[in-house]
Ligand binder design. Structure first.
Ligand code: V0D
Length: 254
């Protein structure tokens, strides 16, 4: 009641029959959140990891089918090595406490990106979590880790070219689906394309995230820094999404 944020309960209600199936989030603003509090940047990352848990559970409870989170881009290696080292511990810390909750909520972990370049212990934590949740058939928690979309598209083009060269694929038969099938999101099948992309912390950029897959996504830019984002923030973003008229480039009936 005394919050400066809109009280979701007083606004138009969430339509539970129109929850976006795939929500993607660019988790920005951890460093700025920390700076505002005169804390080191890594304190923002630590709090940001807690927010990942909160938002994962909120999304799962709302019936979201895929939650894709941009955790570490191929550009993030340029940060100070002390910060990169800290970030590389986060998947380990995340799963050391959170895998039982994920299994209890039937959440399956997937990863997009080149994880082979991550430290051995980080790779193991990620691969163990993928294995430990492989039988879960609820929401997919899809981490983009050491991911860049141009890199993803480049790899797809190389793979398609080599299939053509081997005579397995006729160039005349290459369709949009062929491209989708060669991207890192291919295991998500018909859910590969986000319905809603959220970026926190006020920046209105895509930063090389799922470029092909967001061709028809609704984009939502929110001012909150990622560590301040929560279940209510997610609901507000979905209510906003539901208030928009999606056209897919064509005309639809009112
Ligand atoms: C810091 C905000 C969870 C973004 C969230 C290695 C920056 C907290 C993970 C995570 C990070 C990634 C993969 C996985 C399990 C957990 C994570 C990184 C950064 C970069 F399989 N939070 N988180 N990874 N931050």
């Amino acid at each position: 009641m005394f919050s400066s944020k809109k009280d979701v309960s007083q606004e138009q209600a969430l339509d539970m029959s129109r929850i976006p199936a795939h929500i993607a989030i660019i988790m920005d603003g951890n460093g700025r959140w920390a700076q505002k509090r005169h804390l080191p940047r890594v304190a923002g990352h630590k709090q940001g990891m807690q927010t990942v848990k909160t938002v994962t559970m909120a999304a799962s409870d709302l019936g979201v089918k895929v939650l894709s989170l941009y955790a570490f881009s191929t550009e993030n290696w340029k940060r100070p090595s002390s910060e990169v080292n800290y970030l590389m511990q986060l998947p380990i810390r995340f799963f050391s406490t959170f895998v039982p909750d994920l299994v209890k909520h039937n959440v399956r972990v997937m990863v997009m990106g080149d994880t082979t370049r991550l430290p051995e212990a980080t790779q193991k934590a990620v691969n163990d979590a993928i294995k430990d949740t492989a039988d879960c058939d609820g929401m997919v928690l899809n981490f983009a880790l050491n991911y860049g979309s141009r890199d993803e598209i480049t790899r797809a083009v190389k793979q398609i070219a080599s299939e053509v060269q081997d005579g397995q694929l006729d160039p005349a038969n290459i369709t949009e689906q062929t491209i989708s099938d060669h991207l890192m999101s291919a295991p998500l099948g018909e859910l590969a394309d986000p319905d809603l992309l959220i970026r926190t912390s006020g920046e209105e950029r895509i930063s090389n995230f799922m470029l092909w897959q967001i061709g028809y996504s609704e984009l939502e830019f929110v001012d909150e820094h990622w560590p301040d984002f929560d279940g209510d923030s997610l609901k507000r973003a979905i209510i906003d999404f539901q208030g928009r008229h999606r056209r897919f480039g064509g005309l639809v009936n009112q």
